[in-house]
Design a protein around this ligand. Structure first.
Ligand code: FES
Length: 444
């Protein structure tokens, strides 16, 4: 380690990181891919969604168990420890269960005889289950701050900034909750998207300097109370926020693409890959991209433009529009699907197949681009009406002004079924006006 370098420890090993790295990104930067082990079989697990939506990156951080390392920024001197491991990080004897019971273990049927062994079985099972260990010390609770505002804007999609600006121009008191800072990296290489993202960037910059606007980055709305107040957990405090208007524009959740061993460390979702790329972290020596044609193609283009060694792009669908002169056409595999990932602790190769044959591709990083499902959790808690869209995903029901069935709660974007950025961006103008009008009617 060089003098002045930022470091934390992972299982007592010193790890160098760069400002802005999350813990899991810093580990990836240092070629450490196993962060935890799965609950039952102790299979190796590591960075996967990069979005706080899965259990694959949980670790003990400074004595606190089950911290999501993909959404927690690395800090100098932090102590990060792996959970659920037995013996060493890379060798865990409990994984033999996988070989003894290749079809899985059903505790309810398997460990019931002979009866006199029940207590012994229970003791072993209790030791093997549960995530992390309870801390032995008492931590101080985060201070709580109660706030009353005119509008609470929740979500990291660009349209939330456009709505916020309309309200800020009316001199209303608003708070924006966003888990990212800025929109600068896009995997959509089209001009329209780039222009929307850069407009959102400059609005965000402008709003951050206004007195009537508070932006909390890198944070999440954690839930709604029965009276409609929202709990917001930031790094150093818990906000309990009472707002006349709530606007929801949360990003959709990427769905996993499933195949044998689909959670092996080295396999990550698009969002996690974009985070690593934006921090200039090398994804791998041989990278394969697979999934939804539009996303896989755009991500492949972005990676090639950044000099990443993409060895294959796998499209399950045969309806992919590729130009023969396109750099991607040489490495594209159209009509293929992934059958399995291979590797003892980390990804080493994948097996892909089409209708007539199969082949093995060596790779140490596979990025999957699954379809995104709308994130409707908060809307459900707030009591908004839910319906299903044409892809059978649940979405929030809204009227022409993007107001939900729960008065005072607005939803704009994938959360209400808008699939393109342009649609959502345009909808933000309508919603912004409607929110202002509603607040006027409420006498604000
Ligand atoms: S929650 Fe961190 S990788 Fe999924």
């Amino acid at each position: 380690m060089r003098e002045g370098e930022l470091t934390f420890t992972f299982n007592r090993r010193l790890v160098a990181y760069k400002q802005g790295d999350t813990i899991s990104a810093a580990l990836w930067r240092n070629d450490i891919k196993i962060i935890t082990r799965s609950l039952k079989f102790h299979r190796p697990r590591g960075l996967y969604c990069g979005n706080g939506d899965c259990p694959n990156c949980l670790a003990n951080v400074d004595g606190v168990p089950n911290v999501r390392t993909c959404t927690t920024l690395a800090e100098n001197g932090m102590q990060v420890t792996m959970q659920n491991k037995f013996l060493s990080t890379r060798i865990d004897p409990i994984t033999v269960i996988d070989h003894i019971f290749p079809r899985g273990v059903n505790y309810h049927h398997r460990f019931i005889r002979p009866r006199f062994m029940t207590g012994v079985y229970q003791g072993i099972i209790r030791r093997m289950t549960g995530i992390g260990k309870l801390p032995t010390m008492i931590f101080e609770a985060k201070p709580t701050k109660r706030i009353v505002i005119d509008a609470l804007i929740i979500g990291e999609e660009p349209q939330s900034m456009k709505i916020a600006r309309t309200l800020a121009d009316e001199n209303l008191k608003i708070m924006i909750v966003k888990n990212k800072i800025g929109y600068t990296l896009t995997h959509q290489n089209d001009e329209e998207t780039n222009s929307i993202l850069s407009s959102a960037d400059s609005i965000e910059h402008d709003l951050s300097e206004r007195k009537n606007v508070k932006i909390i980055w890198k944070t999440n709305a954690i839930g709604a109370f029965d009276d409609g107040t929202i709990g917001i957990s930031s790094k150093d405090r818990l906000y309990i926020c009472k707002s006349k208007i709530i606007s929801l524009s949360e990003k959709g959740r990427e769905q996993p693409i499933r195949f044998v061993n689909w959670e092996l460390p080295g396999i990550i979702q698009r969002h996690a890959a974009l985070d690593l790329i934006s921090q200039n972290i090398r994804l791998g020596k041989r990278v394969v991209v697979a999934g939804e044609p539009n996303h896989a193609k755009a991500l492949g283009e972005l990676m090639l433009s950044k000099g990443i060694n993409v060895t294959a792009i796998i499209y399950r669908s045969s309806s992919v529009d590729l130009n023969n002169k396109d750099k991607l056409s040489d490495i594209s595999k159209i009509g293929w699907r992934i059958k399995a990932a291979i590797g003892r602790n980390e990804l080493r190769k994948i097996i892909i197949a089409n209708d007539s044959k199969q082949m093995i591709l060596p790779c140490d990083c596979l990025v999957t681009c699954g379809p995104a499902a709308p994130n409707i959790d908060l809307a459900k808690q707030l009591g908004c009406g839910i319906e299903t869209d044409r892809k059978s995903f649940p979405i929030v029901t809204v009227n022409g002004d993007f107001e939900t069935m729960k008065g005072g709660v607005f939803a704009v974007g994938s959360v209400c079924g808008l699939r393109s950025r342009r649609e959502s961006w345009e909808a933000a103008s309508t919603a912004g006006k409607a929110v202002t009008e509603r607040l006027r009617r409420m006498g604000t």
